[in-house]
Design a protein around this ligand. Structure first.
Ligand SMILES: C[S@@+](CC[C@H](N)C(=O)[O-])C[C@H]1O[C@@H](n2cnc3c(N)ncnc32)[C@H](O)[C@@H]1O
Ligand SMILES: [Zn+2]
Length: 148
């Protein structure tokens, strides 16, 4: 039985939703996609992307998983400042999405993106990365750090 589905989200575009109650500590999905260098993935997004909107997941070794190529449902996970899931990278560079709290049927699943950018913050960048998770402790941004 499928535990999650992808459908329209009130936060942004599409999101991943629970179809059934899922306890904390369950592995839900693998974050699949093309494993490539940050440089190549960034170049791809400069050509085709919208600022602040990517399917890139950064790995510990500096490479990335680009969910836009060969990706699965995990690429639709939205960000929340108080997420109910986390992404865990194993020793082989595979990334799994696991619940960190119990979720109910119909709940949207979220991870904290932990995004950072090297550039100096501008109003355009701040708008591109604005968070609309609506949680009580929302920081207002999907970014955790910026270049200045
Ligand atoms: C990996 S996609 C997630 C799927 C996305 N909802 C979609 O339909 O394409 C990441 C993008 O979703 C949007 N997003 C995710 N979480 C958000 C949030 N909490 N507030 C605002 N936008 C969000 C941002 O545009 C972000 O770059
Ligand atoms: Zn937020």
């Amino acid at each position: 039985m499928r535990r999650v589905t992808v459908r329209k989200s009130s936060i942004h575009g599409r999101g991943v939703f629970a179809l059934r109650a899922i306890p904390a500590g369950q592995r839900i999905l693998e974050y699949r996609g093309e494993v490539t260098s940050w440089r190549l993935a960034a170049a791809r997004y400069r050509r085709t992307g919208i600022a602040g909107h990517t399917f890139i997941f950064g790995l510990v070794d500096g490479r990335v998983i680009d969910g836009s190529v060969g990706g699965n449902s995990a690429r639709w996970l939205n960000h929340s400042c108080q997420p109910n899931c986390e992404a865990i990278e194993d020793e082989r560079g595979r990334v799994f999405i696991e619940t960190i709290r119990a979720v109910m049927p119909g709940d949207e699943l979220f991870i904290a993106y932990g995004l950072s950018i090297d550039e100096e913050m501008t109003p355009d960048l701040a708008a591109a990365f604005a968070c609309r998770c609506g949680k009580r402790r929302c920081t207002g941004s999907m970014l955790t750090s910026t270049g200045g």
